[in-house]
Design a protein around this ligand. Structure first.
Ligand SMILES: Cc1ncc(COP(=O)(O)O)c(C=O)c1O
Length: 360
């Protein structure tokens, strides 16, 4: 088996141990004689897996008892409308426009109420996020404040949790940096993340919701679109993505084996620092995001020449380095370095880019 260095932005590399456990489980889940994909979601073994995945996420995200963890369908794009559909109810919300995905979230929310966008870095290619409070006063009557903690396409990331008035719910799209930093999850009223970057495979979306918020959701929505329905039914109202939930549980185990989220954060920071130092010191490459806003998960850079960027992508592929082509809306190069990326992949890309730089 030859696994190459996979810098894909998502679905992304997963730990070998998680893949191997899943391979075993697909044939026979924990000695039951039934494979994971063939097992009823209402069976005792599977219910135990959901409960374990939930409990592990609860601990790793440092949630409190008044927060629930849900496993839903539809990815981040569904949360873009499900959040305002449930919560906005004609009221107003504040959104920070820090990238392609944040921008899409704004557009969906506009269908359901008034959306204030007090900060946008769109004019400069979403090359930075605001400093704490850089969005000015938040109207205490706003229902919620939404931000994207890591901007996967632009390659920027918030190094802090925004402070908002207590009356305003804090909502975060953490699709591309969940569990990559040791964040106090109890500060959030709602967090959502498609699993396919730091948590597992595509097809399952983790939503953390403050229980008190459930009472404020629109009760007249279609059943599957109501957070309350999924909370009341322990994410088993309909058939969930069973493989995805199993793999999230395995990812949580793996995170513990690595020393927990704090240890991963240190490692992720060191790895990103290596790449940014190389890029900043290079005569060939330049970073696309300003210092202070740079992502530890998605390092975006360019040679400044689209043809040359493509040549670098092709040469990287020959060197066993896959997935460094920038998002089609940005171009350039992007190295995604989620939790599961092995350290030798970072060594390989650093060596490769150094060689490209030295070749002049
Ligand atoms: C930050 C962020 N939000 C939302 C999405 C959309 O997620 P999905 O494809 O799961 O709908 C992505 C996808 O890459 C993302 O990076």
């Amino acid at each position: 088996m030859a696994r190459i260095h996979n810098f894909s932005a998502g679905p992304a590399v997963l730990p070998l141990s998680v893949l191997e456990a899943t391979r075993e489980a697909l044939l026979d889940l924990d000695g039951t004689g039934i494979g994971l994909a063939e097992m009823s979601h209402r069976s005792k073994p599977f219910e135990a897996i959901v409960a374990d995945a939930k409990a592990r996420l609860h601990r790793l995200l440092r949630l409190s008892d008044d927060q629930d963890v849900l496993f839903l369908h539809g990815g981040g794009n569904t949360q873009f409308f499900m959040v305002p559909m449930n919560l906005l109810r004609g009221g107003s919300a504040v959104y920070l426009d820090t990238g392609v995905w944040a921008n899409k979230a704004v557009k969906e929310a506009q269908r359901f109420g008034t959306v204030h966008v007090p900060f946008s870095s769109k004019a400069t290619g979403w090359d930075h996020v605001p400093a704490q409070g850089g969005w000015g006063e938040v109207d205490p009557a706003a229902v919620y404040f939404h931000y994207t903690s890591n901007n996967t396409v632009a390659g920027s990331e918030f190094a802090y949790v925004p402070e908002v008035p207590a009356s305003v719910a804090l909502v975060c799209d953490a699709s591309s940096n969940i569990l990559s930093r040791d964040v106090d999850g109890s500060r959030f009223d709602l967090i959502y993340a498609g699993a396919q970057k730091n948590l597992g495979p595509s097809g399952v979306t983790v939503v953390v919701i403050r229980k008190a918020l459930l009472d404020r959701c629109d009760p007249n929505l279609p059943t599957m679109l109501r957070y309350g329905v999924h909370a009341e039914n322990g994410s088993l109202y309909n058939t969930p993505c069973t493989i995805g939930i199993y793999m999230i549980r395995e990812m949580c185990r793996w995170i513990d084996d690595q020393g927990g989220v704090a240890a991963l954060e240190l490692r992720n920071q060191a790895r990103a620092d290596r790449l940014y130092t190389l890029i900043d010191g290079s005569s060939r490459f330049r970073a696309l995001v300003r210092p202070g806003s740079r992502s530890n998960m998605n390092v975006t850079f360019t040679t400044g020449d689209a043809d040359l960027d493509l040549k670098v992508v092709k040469a990287a592929e020959k060197a066993g380095i896959s997935g460094i082509k920038g998002h089609r809306s940005v171009g350039g190069l992007r190295a995604s370095m989620y939790n599961a990326l092995p350290d030798d992949a970072v060594d390989a890309i650093v060596a490769f880019l150094s060689d490209v730089d030295a070749a002049g």
